[in-house]
Design a protein around this ligand. Structure first.
Ligand SMILES: *Cc1c(COP(=O)(O)O)cnc(C)c1O
Length: 403
């Protein structure tokens, strides 16, 4: 966008103005969808010159993107205080794996938060191991044990907060300060809050990663990921992405940009709605625990309040006792909640989860909980009316009790 003053703009405004600086901006609001593998040069001299510059905004060849992808990357960079640039990937997992491959080499050790997204754990245990990179899982709520887990070869830390499924918010500045002190790079999966809700780089993270499939897409119809960083790591992320051949389609980039524009109001609605539903669930006899970062008393709520600027509609709860059949009858009885993976779309979803296979350091049930209280359900609250969602949950609890 023309004109200065971007620094003073709030992030909510940047959601609207971001990425609208290309040549197209004089004529239309949104960048055209540039579908192109070949970019044409006027002559051989220009073709040879083209090789010398490798940066976003310079035409070269389709794999390095075109104005649609550049506009999205620029908009995401503007949402991330401290970022120099953003690299796009065909999925959130692709972003995580490519970022890890950027910072690690054979012989290094990676520390992985025990409540990280399951595929992140699998990459550490699978592919990275095959390439000679070791990993150790740690409990992100136990800062002393985390500090002890470092060794001379520890080169990177993979963080995620709130943790997947169990939703604990950790003390990110404490963890990233220790990592920096030990000479390790901090990577952070910011899919839950996005740059709008948590300024990862300003809290000591070196690379912040987002699955755009969730809140940015926002309509359950695209897969994409992004990694943003300051100058040093952005350059290397870009290099690795190019060597891996990562590129996203311009059509999907245009969809992601469209989603981004309304993300602020969607997240605001979801946050308010989710908190009300979380409070309602906390009062139910069938519910043992509600794991919602925005809810006072939830694990790490104090860190969320201190470090985050916003929330979203994704949280979990744990049934009091019950067996899997009861849990399934509850979920199956829901009418407004779809059953499926992913989250962050305009529609609400419910998902049963079991923690045993995806944790090695953090106890489940948590300390002080009843041993029977272990069956989790994750909800992604969408844009439906809150009272309708509560009524749906209420009738499903009745169905469970009668089943
Ligand atoms: C979904 C998700 C991802 C992966 O994103 P995809 O786009 O589905 O590959 C990464 N991290 C978190 C926390 C997620 O929930």
């Amino acid at each position: 966008m023309a004109g200065g003053g971007k620094k003073e703009q709030s992030l909510a405004t940047r959601l609207v103005t971001g990425g609208r600086s290309g040549d197209f901006a004089e004529h239309v609001v949104n960048p055209p969808v540039w579908r192109a593998s070949t970019h044409l040069y006027p002559d051989c001299a220009a073709l040879r010159d083209g090789v010398k510059t490798n940066e976003d905004g310079r035409f070269f060849y389709g794999r390095r993107g075109a104005p649609t992808q550049w506009a999205l990357a620029e908009a995401l960079t503007e949402l991330e205080p401290g970022a120099q640039g953003t690299v796009l990937y065909p999925s959130g997992v692709a972003a995580i794996v490519a970022a890890l491959l950027t910072v690690l080499r054979s012989g290094d050790v990676l520390l992985v938060a025990d409540n990280a997204y399951d595929p992140t754990r699998n990459t550490a245990m699978g592919m990275l191991k095959r390439y000679g990179i070791e990993h150790r899982f740690f409990d992100p709520l136990d800062v002393e044990a985390y500090e002890r887990a470092f060794c001379e070869r520890t080169k990177a830390v993979m963080l995620e907060s709130p943790g997947s499924l169990t939703m604990e918010v950790c003390d990110i500045p404490a963890l990233t300060t220790i990592a920096r002190h030990k000479g390790a790079v901090s990577l952070f999966d910011n899919t839950w809050a996005t740059g709008l809700g948590f300024a990862a780089l300003e809290h000591g993270c070196d690379i912040t990663i987002t699955s755009l499939t969730k809140h940015i897409g926002g309509h359950s119809d695209l897969m994409m990921g992004a990694a943003s960083a300051g100058e040093r790591w952005h350059r290397r992320l870009r290099q690795t992405a190019q060597q891996l051949g990562h590129v996203v389609s311009p059509d999907d980039a245009a969809l992601a940009l469209r989603g981004l524009r309304t993300m602020g109001v969607r997240l605001q609605h979801e946050t308010t709605s989710a908190l009300r539903i979380a409070q309602w669930l906390a009062e139910r006899d069938e519910v043992a625990h509600v794991l919602c970062p925005m809810l006072p008393g939830a694990p790490g709520h104090e860190f969320w309040k201190r470090d985050f600027a916003g929330g979203c509609g994704l949280f979990s709860f744990v049934l009091k006792g019950r067996d899997d059949a009861a849990r399934c009858s509850l979920i199956d009885a829901l009418n407004l909640f779809g059953i499926g993976y992913s989250w962050g779309g305009f529609e609400s979803l419910a998902l049963p989860f079991d923690v045993d296979p995806v944790r090695s350091q953090m106890a489940w049930p948590k300390e002080g909980w009843g041993l029977e209280d272990r069956l989790g359900i994750r909800l992604s609250i969408g844009l439906e009316d809150t009272d309708d969602l509560i009524a749906d949950l209420k009738q499903a609890f009745t169905a469970m009790d009668q089943g």
